[in-house]
Design a binder for this molecule. Structure first.
Ligand code: MN9
Length: 315
């Protein structure tokens, strides 16, 4: 442990020398949907076919229990059930990242321990939400999660949904913590993302806005984590490879395919539309959980046409 004031906040907190920063594995991860039964219970039997489909398209891993997985509409026990069932379904075929973020440190720590016991490679967490916490309270929350999980920890920054708008310097402050291994940045400020990238070259930065992935790859992202990767994960693998090869024409063509889907999903609702699409391509995942409502039929007609044209799925 470093002496005196050189000790990091975590070392002062735990009195123990800090381990080296563990690395979040992989680069392209699907923010996995959670299959539900028609009465909106967790459909654990439908998780493996969904994992099979996603992994068959070349992504590196599964990001489980996040926004796309409707985790904030589930009890802690349901979230634990999904984490365990997905780990069993993946059967070691890809990296596993568990989203464990919650309104309370108590729940997030409990889920972090469950993820570690279930063999996850890393954990992620949105900042605590609902109440207005100080930065120090948020930093303590992340240290507690990292300490409980004993796994690489990723800050999940998605202010549009959490309402927690951490400033750039605060995000950098969290990323500089030795207990934090990286960030999933789901916002559309490429200037801010590039500042984070430059501030922590030794940490892993994942971009979470699928519609801008080509730009993020050019800006130096270590990868992407997104909802549309459930259906077209190969597209993002392809964008990353094409940019790396300097083939911007191919990268733009693939990003245009992503845009064609996302423009429709913004009419259907992202999760609602993706669940409809997965079922149409032969991977039943059931409905969304209320308050979500079924997607409007006029928008689903557009999605049917897209699936027919791009996925060869007859309407
Ligand atoms: O974090 C997802 N963000 C939200 C991942 O759902 C708010 C993204 O993958 C979006 O669904 C995607 C479409 O807008 O970029």
């Amino acid at each position: 442990m470093r002496a005196g004031t050189d000790a990091s906040p975590l070392e002062r907190l735990t009195g123990r020398p800090e381990e080296g920063v563990m690395e979040i594995p992989g680069s392209i991860h699907a923010a996995m949907l959670t299959p539900l039964t028609e009465d909106a219970g967790v459909a654990t039997a439908a998780i493996e076919p969904l994992a099979d489909f996603i992994l068959s398209r070349g992504v590196d891993g599964l990001y489980v229990g996040g926004s796309t997985g409707e985790a904030m509409l589930m009890s802690r026990d349901e979230r634990a059930e999904v984490l365990r069932a997905t780990s069993a379904a993946a059967q070691g075929r890809g990296a596993l990242i568990a989203h464990v973020g919650a309104a309370s440190t108590h729940d997030a720590v409990a889920l972090a321990r469950i993820a570690a016991d279930a063999g996850y490679d890393a954990v992620a967490a949105v900042p605590p939400f609902y109440y207005k916490f100080s930065f120090d309270e948020i930093a303590d929350y992340y240290r507690a999660i990292a300490d409980a999980a004993g796994l690489p920890l990723m800050v999940y920054n998605i202010p549009a949904l959490t309402g927690v708008a951490l400033q750039t310097d605060e995000l950098i402050g969290l990323l500089l913590e030795s207990s934090v291994a990286g960030i999933k940045y789901t916002a559309k400020d490429l200037f801010e993302f590039t500042r984070l990238r430059e501030a922590v070259p030794d940490k892993k930065c994942f971009f979470g806005s699928d519609e801008m992935f080509i730009a993020a790859v050019a800006a130096g992202t270590d990868g992407g984590i997104g909802s549309t990767y459930n259906l077209i994960g190969d597209v993002y693998v392809g964008i990353q490879r094409a940019v790396a090869a300097g083939d911007l024409e191919t990268a733009r063509r693939l990003q245009a395919k992503s845009h064609g889907l996302i423009k429709i999903l913004l009419e259907t609702g992202v999760v609602e539309g993706l669940k409809y699409a997965m079922t149409k391509v032969g991977v039943p995942v059931g409905p969304c959980r209320r308050p979500f409502r079924p997607a409007p039929s006029h928008a689903l007609a557009k999605l049917d046409a897209w699936l027919d044209a791009e996925m060869r799925i007859a309407a």
